[in-house]
Design a protein. Structure first.
Length: 477
């Protein structure tokens, strides 16, 4: 979350999915009423340091660390939030003030705070008092989130050996003091919402989410015999395939296998974020894969597919849509499998909810010059363009200021259309020579010499090697 994104939320004002609270020096007394209400409804954004009428008061910098620790600890305390749902607050600098922001996802369970159930409306949080209303909430959740399905027959032996350690190691690499790291196996699974009590059968056990995240291949095929993910390359042979990977293992292992498939078949592209070199391929497609796995409806027998064509990558996964329509980049505040989504976020496999789709969209414009497409239907479709496309007009300058602005790492250097084309070609083909550039871009060598000279003066590229065999590289690559 940055200042620009937070400004949009504050301008929107309080409502069904936005809540402001004053928190100058202490945690608001009613904070967890809003947390529980958002978990029980559609999720939402909570900002501390802002009044109901959008006035920016800020949080005392001396109290920031204490308040953030309290939020994290209390959200993981079943006596405060039952069942617990770990929250990771962020500190955002906003108009010379410090604010605390966090996103609360919609949950597949019904949560209580102070032994009361809260729900959310456009007017704020309210207590759900009648048993019939609470029962209706449980029914709505159970019908919407099949990841909560309890399998009493699932045993500890059905959890793949070493998977819990692997998950903890991933979590530790993101947050060394994470409260889940000290828990034993049962405590860990309960804290993550992967062991539940099912009142309809009067038994507790591992859930579908636990099976999909940590299960052995044999256990998964026993309970979900139709489950599989097909990764296919169709660049040459469009009727069959050039390469294929079939995955039937758990999602943690499957995520890594899919990323290996992407690395094998898609090029990486040079990109500077300030002075830090980033892998655009990894940033985009790790998020695409995580989104595909998190939002699948696993009770649906239709297989998930990831297909790489010459000009695009397309994923299809069975879905339980919230809206039958094309969706904008800011969507996906509604996880189809909240516990799977939370586990992916804790391990660093995915952005926190509400940011992933937007991030894919922003980086795609740098990677290919085009926006991705998403359709939220019975089959969720993501289409990521791969063909390089330089817009006729670019609003260059700054990290997010168009194609050349992104590729030049936020240096606020203006590039015209011809300079953009040449610079982009050099980023794709490090060490390229003038003659090759001329042929690829259909540009006279004398014109290219002038463009290359201008890019060198701007310190965006440099020449390496001998006069006869040397070529051009993005500076610092």
């Amino acid at each position: 979350m940055d200042e620009k994104e937070l400004r949009k939320i504050i301008r929107q004002g309080e409502g069904l999915t936005v809540e402001f609270k004053r928190a100058k020096t202490a945690l608001p007394d009613n904070l967890f009423e809003s947390v529980a209400a958002f978990l029980n409804r559609n999720g939402g954004h909570i900002v501390l340091g802002v009044t109901d009428d959008k006035k920016i008061e800020g949080v005392d910098p001396n109290c920031i660390e204490k308040i953030c620790k309290q939020i994290a600890n209390l959200s993981n305390n079943p006596e405060k939030l039952d069942p617990q749902n770990l929250i990771d607050p962020q500190v955002v600098d906003y108009k010379d003030k410090k604010l605390i922001y966090f996103f609360v996802p919609a949950s597949s369970q019904v949560h209580k705070t102070g032994k009361k159930v809260f729900d959310r409306s456009v007017d704020g949080d309210f207590v759900v008092k009648t048993q019939s209303a609470i029962s209706a909430m449980y029914l709505r959740k159970s019908n919407s989130y099949t990841e909560n399905t309890v399998y009493p027959g699932l045993r500890e032996i059905d959890i793949k050996r070493g998977m819990l350690k692997k998950a903890k190691d991933l979590i530790r690499s993101i947050r060394s003091n994470h409260p889940w790291l000290k828990l034993n196996k049962e405590e860990f699974f309960r804290a993550a919402g992967l062991i539940r009590y099912d009142s309809t059968i009067g038994k507790s056990g591992y859930t579908l989410a636990a099976l999909m995240l940590f299960g052995t291949d044999e256990a998964i095929s026993s309970y979900l015999p139709y489950y599989k993910i097909e990764a296919i390359v169709r660049k040459q042979d469009l009727m069959r395939y050039d390469d294929r990977l079939t995955i039937t293992c758990n999602l943690i292992d499957g995520y890594e296998l899919l990323n290996g498939f992407i690395e094998k078949h898609l090029p990486d592209k040079f990109y500077l974020d300030g002075k830090t070199r980033l892998s655009l391929r990894d940033k985009i497609f790790r998020e695409v894969i995580a989104n595909m796995l998190i939002h699948r409806e696993y009770m649906n027998p239709i297989p998930t597919t990831l297909v790489i064509y010459k000009d695009k990558l397309v994923t299809n996964n069975a879905n339980k849509p919230f809206a039958y329509e094309k969706i904008a980049s800011q969507l996906c505040s509604y996880p189809k499998n909240p516990h799977i989504a939370t586990m992916f976020a804790q391990m660093g496999f995915a952005e926190y909810l509400g940011t992933g789709i937007r991030k894919i969209s922003d980086l795609c414009e740098i990677y290919s010059g085009l926006k991705p497409k998403f359709v939220d239907n019975d089959i969720f479709i993501a289409e990521i363009p791969l063909t390089d496309h330089v817009p006729e007009k670019s609003n260059v300058g700054g990290l997010n200021g168009g194609l050349s602005g992104g590729l030049s790492g936020g240096l606020k250097i203006e590039l015209n259309e011809t300079q953009q084309k040449v610079f982009l070609e050099i980023t794709k083909r490090p060490g390229v020579m003038i003659k090759e550039l001329s042929g690829r871009l259909q540009m006279p060598i004398d014109t290219l010499d002038k463009v290359v000279s201008s890019l060198r003066k701007k310190e965006l590229i440099e020449r390496r090697g001998s006069k006869k065999t040397g070529g051009y590289w993005v500076k610092g690559a």
